[in-house]
Design a protein around this ligand. Structure first.
Ligand SMILES: Cc1cc2nc3c(=O)[nH]c(=O)nc-3n(C[C@H](O)[C@H](O)[C@H](O)COP(=O)(O)OP(=O)(O)OC[C@H]3O[C@@H](n4cnc5c(N)ncnc54)[C@H](O)[C@@H]3O)c2cc1C
Length: 247
C-alpha cells in the first residue's frame, strides 16, 4: 500500500481561522488583513494565535470551520475489501480503478501467489498474528504453513480461472466476478479536514481492520504535515476518544 497527497488547500489553517473568526467579527473577513482578523486571539505571534484558536475550536466541538480545507489522496494497492470499507463514508469523494476497463490478462499467476495482485494479510503468513475476530490464538508451524499455502494457491488459481474465462471470450466486467475480494485496487479520494478526523475516529480505531487502519494512519501522517496544528491536537487530545466526532 502507498498513500500520496495529490492536492490540498494551501495554508489550510489560515482558512480555518478566517472562517471561524468570520462568525464573531463585525468587519468583513474578505476585506480584513489576516493579522487584524487574529488580533483579539491570545498569543505573541500569528502562529501562537492560530494554535490558540484552533485548539479552542477543537476543544469546544466547533468543527464547521474544518470543512473548508480539502485534501486529495492517491492510494495504491489496497484490497477491494478495504475499498468497500472506506467508501462507506458518504462525505468522501472517490475514483476507483475499474476492473471493467483494466483487464489483468497478462499477469503471471505465480506473481499473484507472491502477492503482486492480491493483498496478502499478515494472518496468512505470520503464525503469531491474532486478528480481532479470530477464534483461536497463535497456531503451530504446520497449521501456519498450510494456511499460507492454501491462501496463495487459492488467489493464484482465481487469476488463472479469470484469464481462461477471458480467453474463452467472457468480457472482463463479468470474468472479474471470480477474482478475490483481496484483489488490489488503486483509488483517489478527497475529503475535508473535519471528515478526515471522522474517518480517523472510525478507521484508526482499535476495532477497525488492520488494512484500513494502516491506510488511515498514513493519511493521518500526511495530514499532520498539511494541517499541523489541527492534526497534532487531534493526535494528542482526540484520537481514540470514546465520544467520536459523529457516532
Ligand atoms: C469497526 C467497524 C465495523 C463496521 N462493520 C460494519 C458492518 O458489519 N456492516 C455495515 O454495514 N457497516 C459496518 N461498518 C460501517 C459503519 O456502519 C458506517 O457505515 C461507516 O463507518 C460510515 O460511517 P458513518 O456512519 O459515520 O457515516 P459517514 O458517511 O462517514 O458520515 C459522517 C457522519 O455524517 C452523518 N450522516 C451521514 N449521512 C447521514 C444520513 N444519511 N443520515 C443521517 N446522518 C448522516 C452521520 O453523523 C455520520 O456519522 C463498520 C464500521 C467500523 C468502523
Amino acid at each position: 500500500m502507498e498513500v500520496t497527497l495529490l492536492e490540498s488547500t494551501p495554508d489550510p489553517e489560515r482558512l480555518i481561522c478566517q472562517a471561524a473568526r468570520n462568525d464573531y467579527m463585525e468587519s468583513f473577513v474578505g476585506e480584513t488583513d489576516f493579522d487584524d482578523v487574529m488580533a483579539s486571539i491570545d498569543g505573541d505571534s500569528l502562529d501562537e494565535r492560530k494554535e490558540t484558536l484552533i485548539g479552542h475550536l477543537l476543544e469546544h466541538g466547533h468543527f464547521g470551520p474544518f470543512e473548508h480545507p480539502h485534501a486529495t489522496f492517491a492510494v495504491k494497492g489496497i484490497s477491494r475489501s478495504c475499498m468497500a470499507q472506506i467508501t462507506r463514508h458518504r462525505h468522501v469523494s472517490f475514483d476507483i480503478q475499474s476492473m471493467r476497463y483494466v483487464s489483468f490478462d497478462d499477469v503471471d499467476p505465480d506473481d499473484v501467489r507472491d502477492g503482486e495482485m492480491v493483498v496478502v494479510p499478515p494472518s496468512a503468513t505470520d503464525p503469531d498474528w491474532v486478528g480481532r475476530n479470530q477464534e483461536s490464538g497463535p497456531v503451530d508451524d504446520e497449521t501456519a504453513e498450510r494456511r499460507e499455502e492454501l491462501f496463495r494457491e487459492t488467489i493464484g488459481d482465481a487469476f488463472e480461472s479469470y484469464q481462461e474465462l477471458l480467453e474463452l471470450g467472457m468480457p472482463p466486467e463479468d470474468a472479474r466476478y471470480v477474482l478475490p475480494i483481496g484483489s488490489k485496487v488503486n483509488m483517489v479520494m478527497s475529503m475535508n479536514a473535519r471528515m478526515l478526523m471522522h474517518v480517523a475516529d472510525m478507521r484508526a480505531a482499535a476495532d477497525a481492520q488492520w488494512e484500513i487502519r494502516e491506510m488511515t494512519e498514513e493519511v493521518l501522517d500526511i495530514a499532520s504535515e498539511w494541517c499541523p496544528i489541527t492534526f497534532q491536537y487531534y493526535e494528542q487530545h482526540m484520537k481514540n476518544r470514546k465520544n467520536r466526532l459523529a457516532p
